[in-house]
Every structure is written in C-alpha cells, then in structure tokens.
Design a binder for this molecule. Sequence first.
Ligand SMILES: NC(=O)c1ccc[n+]([C@@H]2O[C@H](COP(=O)([O-])OP(=O)(O)OC[C@H]3O[C@@H](n4cnc5c(N)ncnc54)[C@H](OP(=O)(O)O)[C@@H]3O)[C@@H](O)[C@H]2O)c1
Length: 329
Amino acid sequence: MARMIGYRHFGGVDVLEEGSVSLPAPAEGQVLVSVRAAGINPVDYKLFGGLTRPLEVIRTIVHPSRWFARGKERPLRGVGQDFAGVVTAVGPSVNNVCVGDEVIGLLRAAPWSAREYGALATDILTSATNVVPKPASVSFDVAGGLGVAAQTAMGAMRSVKADAGDIIVVAAAAGGVGGLVTQLALARSATVIGIAGPSNADYLRSLGAIPVSYGESLEQQIRDAAPSPVTAFIDCFGGYASLAHRLGVPGERVGTLVPTPAIALRRARFTGGRDGKIADIATVAGLIDRGTVNLTIAGTYPFDVEQVRAAYTELMGGHVRGKIVITIP
Ligand SMILES: NC(=O)c1ccc[n+]([C@@H]2O[C@H](COP(=O)([O-])OP(=O)(O)OC[C@H]3O[C@@H](n4cnc5c(N)ncnc54)[C@H](OP(=O)(O)O)[C@@H]3O)[C@@H](O)[C@H]2O)c1
C-alpha cells in the first residue's frame, strides 16, 4: 500500500488528509517509483482550494454514484505534481529507465481532470514518459522540486524567445519559477532585471541579476536600471502586463504565467507549462549538474499531514525564495 496526502472536499489546508492506495504492478509503458522528495506548487492549493469546482459540479451530475456521497465516501484526490525517487518496477516496453534508477518526475493532467495529480505519496505509478533520469550530483530535495518550475521556466523562455543580448525583466524573480527563469536568462547572456521585495535584493544580486523592488516607483527603478530599452518581460507573479506595455516591450515578447484580462489587451502571452516539455526537466537538471543553475530550497518538511499543511501555509504566504519540498526518508 502507498501512503498519500489528498483531499475529498475543496477548502483550505485543513481539507488535506492522509490515506492509502493499493497500486497494481506497472502496465505497458508504466513505472513504479518510490518517492524520496516531492515539491509543492501554488497550483496545488489553487486546486484543493476549488479552482475546478465548476467542473466538479458537472462531474457529479454525470456520475449518479456521487450524488449522495458524503465524507469518506468521496474519492481521495491526490495533491502535487513534482517528485523525485527511485524506480522499483517497470512495465513492458519501458526503455528510458530501469529498476534502481534515480528519476525526476512530473505528473501531468488535463486542466479539467485532477486525476493524474498526486505526487505527495510514498509510491507513484505513472507513465514512463513522465520521468527523466536524475543526475547523481543533484540531490533528491532539489530534484523533487524541479518538475513544474523547470518545465514552466523553459516554456516561458521559449515563448518570449529570450536570448543573448536581451534586457529581460522577470517578476517574482526570487520565486520557484522566477529564480530559474532569472538564471536561465543569465546563462544565455541576457541582462536580467529582477522584481522582488527588498529582502531579496542581495539574493538576486548573488544570482547576477539587477534587483528592483515592487511598489510605487517600480517603473522608474526599471528605467534607471536598464542599460538600454527592455526587450522582453517574463511575469511570474501576474498583473505586470500593463507595466511591460508602458516599458515599450512588444506583446509577443511579454510572457505571463498567470492569466489576467490585461494579457489580451496588451497582446501578451499566457505561457509556462503549456510551452514546456518533459525534456526541459532533464535540460535544467543537466545545468544544475554542471553548476550553471541552482535551485534554491527554501525549506523541507517531512511527509506527515500536519507538516504538509504547514508547508502549504508557508507557500500561500507568497514570499518563498525558491522551492519548498516534502521529504520521505
Ligand atoms: N502557467 C503555468 O504553467 C504556471 C506554472 C507554474 C506556476 N504558475 C503560477 O505562477 C505563479 C508563481 O509560481 P511560483 O511557484 O514561482 O510561486 P512562488 O515561488 O510562490 O512565488 C513567490 C515569489 O513571489 C514574489 N512576490 C510576492 N509578491 C510580489 C509582487 N507584488 N510582485 C512581484 N513578486 C512578488 C516573492 O518575492 P518576495 O518574497 O521578495 O516578495 C516570492 O519570491 C503562481 O501564481 C503559480 O500558480 C503558472
């Protein structure tokens, strides 16, 4: 039996509970992974907070068995997408990994179906296409926090065609995704102006970015900091599309991870995982292996429902530097 953290109702962190699930042997193309670390992401609490509530209503209507389901009768839905661990079994036709391999994984699902999620578990059965080999030098904690952030950061870079010579503004530059975007852009010899709170200024400087603080004088700070006009803008916070427009950045070079009405108005791009690929995780892991990029781990919490609730409470505070990871000894 695998232990898992999940939820039966939408709500705050109190809806999280521990349960167990019996996993069959891997079928064709599947792998079974013993999880060592699982990163958490804002989308997790958005999902258990009720992001898909309207779709849930439709699902309940079309499944009569759910009409009167109460309490424990409701299915326990998994939480989390990122994980790293060791392959313990492989199904037929799996040729990218073997039993005993250390892997980095990302559970993906269509936006309307939360069924594939559930990385906060001691064991995961998933498609072999959802895992890539973990370089030996990359710790399980770092690998466990990499999936969503790496794929999203690479997708955003691809979407705005970030490259050498660009002057790129990155909003939430110290966050889970923004920290990687910042370093990936610097690795491509772009100049990065990073938006964060004042307490992250030294941290951003240590990465090689020029820090500016969100607040009233932000636009002027960016104009003062930029050695020449800003050429691209990656908004990892949401709500900065109009600022990018005022700075003169063309819409197709403005990517934002969080959709807002201003995106359409400014012809900016909603980007992130939708422009990423599973291979991006291997690419970023390789850059970490070579010391080009680093994933900052803000903290780790053990696999225990109270501790997981505390981890999400910290993440929901909105000021995490890098990633929070749940560890499974
Ligand atoms: N589209 C996609 O595929 C996709 C994928 C992943 C994530 N996302 C979304 O992207 C967002 C960021 O994700 P994440 O994992 O990087 O989040 P995160 O790690 O929780 O982001 C935290 C960062 O936000 C910064 N921040 C707080 N207030 C800010 C403000 N007013 N302006 C600029 N930065 C501010 C914080 O800096 P300070 O501590 O200095 O304040 C902190 O470093 C979330 O909304 C997430 O749901 C979308």
